[in-house]
Design a protein around this ligand. Structure first.
Ligand code: ADP
Ligand code: MG
Length: 305
């Protein structure tokens, strides 16, 4: 392709809301045969809401939510934002004087986020851990009590993501968060297929949530419970199998996979780390722009041969 044609293609991309890092990206885009999609924030809106709060051992539910939210306040993960929003709303409703924007959560110290797993922080002098059930079991030796195991199984069967909350060495309860598939995701997957591309869903979330989303958008290749390092592995495995792979993601947890893929595509609403690791950014976060980008690349490079 001539430099002029590439420039025109890049310019057309930005008109569509597809930011292309450089002209060479169009050539990478044209060669793609597999599109790996992150679930949360990519195929789904990532605007999660708290759907259940289940406390044990006499811990009041508002207290469970408040302490979890304080620990999660330093995390930009959609799960964390949902928990913080629910706690702030609940506290504002309970306290007539609280106005939006008031600091209603206790301060957290020694905050640390564990990508794709959960968070830890010291809140009111207690070491609080909040994250996926498997992580609390493996990293903290905190198994779910029987009462919560049933609640988790029931929630996960409904496609809800569960966060276990523990402090001072004991599990205190479970918070369930629900997500929604973006309105255009199913059509975007259908268009990728029509372009001859193979869609794969890749997520750190549990299999129930992954299957529910995959069924809604028409993907049958689902890889769930994958750590951020595992996402990178998955890309490398597909490449080793001879595929030219695009990765579409929005999170810090997707950065390594985005960088390793043949074409990294970031969602515009996503984290800076994801955008920095990518070749293309879809400004609006509308998944339909992914097949659009591939058609644009094919068109730009095909017309000038
Ligand atoms: P995805 O691949 O769907 O974007 P992630 O890899 O970011 O998901 O996270 C995988 C899982 O780890 C989440 O579904 C959630 O269960 C858990 N998790 C990640 N971050 C947090 C957090 N800040 N608080 C609680 N749980 C979290
Ligand atoms: Mg994500």
């Amino acid at each position: 392709a001539t430099p002029t044609a590439l420039l025109v293609g890049t310019g057309r991309g930005s008109q569509l809301g597809i930011l292309i890092r450089g002209p060479q990206v169009l050539e990478q885009t044209r060669r793609i045969d597999t599109v790996v999609l992150d679930k949360t924030g990519t195929v789904t809106t990532g605007r999660m809401r708290v759907a259940l709060v289940h406390a044990v051992d006499g811990c009041p539910e508002p207290e469970l939510l408040r302490v979890a939210a304080a620990a999660e306040d330093g995390s930009e993960h959609p799960v964390a934002r949902a928990i913080v929003a629910a706690a702030v709303t609940a506290t504002a409703t309970a306290t007539a004087s609280a106005a939006p924007g008031d600091t209603v959560l206790p301060a957290a110290e020694q905050f640390a986020a564990h990508a794709g797993l959960g968070v830890q922080a010291v809140v009111d002098g207690r070491l609080v851990v909040a994250g996926k059930p498997e992580w609390l079991a493996s990293a903290w030796s905190l198994e779910l009590p029987g009462e919560l195991r049933a609640a988790r199984d029931d929630a996960e069967a409904r496609g809800i993501t569960t966060v276990v909350v523990a402090w001072d060495g004991a599990v205190r309860g479970l918070i369930g968060v629900a997500d929604t598939v973006k309105p255009t995701s199913a059509e975007a997957v259908a268009r990728l297929r029509r372009l001859g591309l193979r869609p794969v869903l890749l997520t750190g979330d549990h299999d129930g949530a992954a299957r529910a989303v995959a069924a809604a958008v028409g993907i049958d290749d689902v890889r769930s419970g994958v750590t951020p390092a595992g996402k990178l592995e998955a890309i490398r495995e597909l490449q080793a199998g001879g595929h030219v792979v695009a990765m579409v993601g929005d999170g810090v947890n997707d950065s390594a996979a985005l960088a390793a893929s043949d074409l990294g595509i970031a969602m515009g609403g996503g984290t800076d780390a994801a955008i920095a690791a990518s070749d293309l950014t879809v400004v609006s976060g509308d998944l339909l722009l992914v097949p659009d980008a591939i058609r644009l690349a094919r068109h730009t490079l095909g017309t000038i041969k």
